[in-house]
Design a protein. Structure first.
Ligand SMILES: Cc1cc2nc3c(=O)[nH]c(=O)nc-3n(C[C@H](O)[C@H](O)[C@H](O)COP(=O)(O)OP(=O)(O)OC[C@H]3O[C@@H](n4cnc5c(N)ncnc54)[C@H](O)[C@@H]3O)c2cc1C
Lengths: 602, 77
């Protein structure tokens, strides 16, 4: 049946109106976060549906190489309290300290649990899990380097996904592969009753009814032109939340990795600089010595990214457009490069057409991780100012992983804390849903109009005449975000950017696709993804324009320092009217003393 | 036509490296592949991301001779 007819039937209340299926829990997203939660629920005997745009083990979690942070103390002495301190400091004090304590305390447990599930961690000679040091990890509250990241070779994410997938299959989790979640279904009270979804193979739209819906759709890094994220990272869960009236938190905070390959975005890991590689500008100057005399090229990600951006801005960029810098390795022994950095060499040859044994690699700061997202508490329950209070639990809705803002990363995430986040809060959300479902033992009735929003969007797309091209609008969006809301932010550029992104967002409502067939129509899927990108981009740039300070990954040219008096607070962006609101940072941990804001120096 | 759509979507991966290489490959070569090569490509797409990437960057020996011709095209790009 064409979407138009389906809609007609829907509003007529005919019995044919809604194709629907019923589950206890519907999870949108089969990355590490979604699968960890699913496992908890399926093992407890619930009927769980997990939707994914791609095969579960091809979720973006697969790209994670560095590891999972946990204070096991297998290599050097460690404690969860030190880990907590590092995370609070790394967050530039915007992280919620109760949630951070919760995460760091549970880190060892979730890692051992994973080991028990069969995760092939690297081992030390004594048989214990191998750990490696990572930036931002310290002993004794800011002392010597800690060694905290647990890894499975350079395939931690891959091993994690495969382990969780196998366990889920055994626990009878039902996977819906190549299904795209479209919109949340909410009733008049604001309770969430399910989601609408598009089955790509058939083109059918269905209502998946559930007593609990968990969003685990990952990040939205594709809003930027230079991005380390895979193409599927279009922030769909954020679009779904925003369209249904739920605010997005702290969207101005995006981590830029200093060394993405110029043009392609592919990540060149810090390991290169760890092995002695360094950055050069067009004059052949090792400019990091000016910006960070001690740590130099190994300073933290936000510091190095800002330095690269300054060099380009001041005309010392390389190439005919003076728009990138060079990462030099060719002073290292060819054998060192071949032995220790073989993957990096492949990437440079493939994507920059240079062999780093002979020539430096062109790099630019590249969008990497979204700190903001759907506001939740540390049980994974979505919290929003609705009904009576500013942080009310939205009945039936949960979010975990990169799409959620708990907030444990605050204004800046530490490397390897994200895989930890998805494990701890995936499990916590699973547990909380089990509790909540004891109370909500029945499905609420779905109204016949519950699919109207999704159907209207599909009907519009199918009937659009003389519309915009999805590819062109997407290009404009990414380019505008890169220019106007990148590493360094300028008042006038942000202002102009808000206008431009608003126009582009409007264009996403007038896109036209030539192929109108139903079966496996990727043009339709991409047009729908673009509407989600637009929601993420708008939330980002509107929030960034308003925040008149520099904190963590948000660096303003006109307000160059952190302003705790005015800005020690979380941003909430509401789609309707593009309104902003703020809520306090939770500075009180669960059991220990608060870490008061201090200057953040490394 | 729909086969191309399906293949294009299955080139959407968790690793950006693969997104880029596979999309370029489909744009450049897909229409000219023989029936056997199409099957080879399909087999390759079913490998986990890391394994496929290792095969493309020649870190892994191609054990299956039958996959060689498509892999060689993928490597050459
Ligand atoms: C190159 C790279 C390296 C990294 N390395 C590390 C590291 O070493 N350590 C670390 O801690 N972090 C690392 N990170 C960050 C970390 O990998 C991610 O933040 C984390 O994996 C996100 O997991 P997730 O489960 O939230 O989302 P994802 O793994 O991105 O999964 C999202 C899921 O949602 C599905 N989905 C999305 N939209 C829809 C929709 N509309 N309908 C249905 N399904 C949908 C997708 O198909 C997918 O299954 C790295 C990130 C990058 C880019």
């Amino acid at each position: 049946m064409p979407y138009g007819l389906l809609k007609l039937y829907g509003s007529n209340g005919s019995s044919m109106a809604i194709i629907k299926r019923k589950f206890d829990v519907v999870i949108v997203g089969a990355g590490g976060a979604g699968m960890r939660a699913a496992l908890q629920l399926s093992e407890a005997g619930f009927k769980v549906a997990v939707l994914s745009k791609v095969f579960p083990t091809r979720s973006h979690t697969v790209a994670a190489q560095g590891g999972i942070a946990a204070s096991l103390g297998n290599v050097t002495e460690d404690s969860w309290h030190w880990h907590m301190y590092d995370t609070v400091k790394g967050s530039d004090y915007l992280g919620d300290q109760d949630a951070i304590e919760f995460m760091c305390r549970q880190a060892s447990e979730v890692v051992y649990e994973l080991e028990h599930f069969g995760m092939p961690f690297d081992r030390l000679e004594n048989g214990k899990i191998y750990q490696r040091p990572f930036g931002g990890q310290s002993q004794n509250f800011g002392g010597a380097q800690a060694t905290r990241s647990c890894a499975a070779a350079d395939r931690t994410g891959h091993a994690l996904l495969h382990t969780l997938y196998q366990r889920n299959v055994r626990a009878n989790t039902q996977f819906f592969v190549e299904w795209m979640g479209l919109d949340l279904i909410r009733d008049e009270q604001g309770d969430v009753l399910g989601v609408t979804a598009l089955e790509m193979e058939t083109g059918e739209v269905m209502a998946l009814q559930a007593r609990a819906v968990l969003l685990a759709t990952g990040g939205g890094g594709r809003i930027f032109q230079a991005s380390t994220n895979a193409f599927i990272n279009t922030g769909d869960g954020l679009g779904m939340a925003a369209r249904s009236g739920i605010p997005l938190e702290d969207m101005e905070f995006w981590q830029f990795h200093p060394t993405g390959v110029y043009g392609a975005g592919v990540l060149i890991s810090e390991a290169v600089r760890g092995e002695g590689g360094y950055l050069l500008n067009k004059d052949g100057e090792r400019f990091m010595e000016r910006y960070a005399p001690n740590a130099k090229d190994l300073a933290s990600r936000d510091v190095v990214s800002r330095a690269l951006t300054m060099e380009i801005k001041e005309g010392r960029g390389c190439g005919k457009n003076a728009d990138h810098l060079l990462l030099k390795l060719n002073h290292l022994d060819a054998d060192v490069i071949k032995m220790r950095l073989p993957g990096i060499r492949e990437i440079a040859i493939k994507f920059a057409q240079v062999d780093p044994i002979n020539e430096p690699i062109p790099v630019v700061p590249t969008a990497h991780y979204m700190m903001g997202g759907i506001p939740t508490n540390f049980y994974g329950q979505v919290v929003a100012p609705y009904k009576t209070g500013p942080e009310e639990v939205v009945q039936g809705l949960y979010a975990v992983g990169e799409c959620a803002c708990i907030s444990v990363h605050g204004a800046n995430r530490l490397g390897t804390n994200s895989l930890l986040d998805i494990l701890v809060f995936g499990r916590a959300a699973g547990r909380q849903i089990i509790e909540d479902l004891k109370k909500n033992s029945h499905h609420k009735k779905l109204h016949t109009d519950s699919m109207d929003m999704s159907l209207a969007r599909l009907v519009r797309l199918d009937s659009q005449k003389d519309g915009e091209s999805v590819a062109q609008v997407g290009e404009a969006l990414r380019k505008t975000m890169q220019e106007h809301c990148g590493v360094f932010r300028f008042a006038d550029m942000l202002k102009e950017g808000v206008t431009k992104i608003s126009e582009i967002a409007e264009q996403t409502n007038h896109t036209e696709i030539r192929d109108k067939s139903k079966v496996f129509n990727t043009a339709r899927v991409e047009a729908l993804e673009l509407t989600n990108l637009a929601e993420v981009a708008l939330a980002t740039i509107v929030s960034a324009e308003a925040r008149n300070e520099s904190r963590g990954a948000h660096a303003r040219d006109d307000f160059s320092i952190r302003d705790d008096n005015k800005w020690l607070k979380h941003t909430l962006y509401f789609r309707e009217g593009r309104r902003l609101d703020y809520k306090p940072v939770r500075l009180k941990p669960l059991t220990v003393e608060s870490f008061p804001p201090k200057a953040r120096t490394y | 036509m729909k086969e191309l759509d399906r293949v294009r979507w299955r080139c959407r991966r968790g690793m950006l490296e693969l997104d880029i290489v596979l999309q370029e490959f489909v744009d450049k070569h897909y229409m000219r592949l023989s029936e056997t090569e199409l099957q080879q490509f399909d087999t390759l797409l079913n490998f986990p991301d890391n394994d496929l990437w290792d095969m493309i960057t020649a870190k892994k020996e191609i054990e299956d001779i039958k996959l060689r011709s498509v892999l060689q095209l993928l490597r050459a790009d």
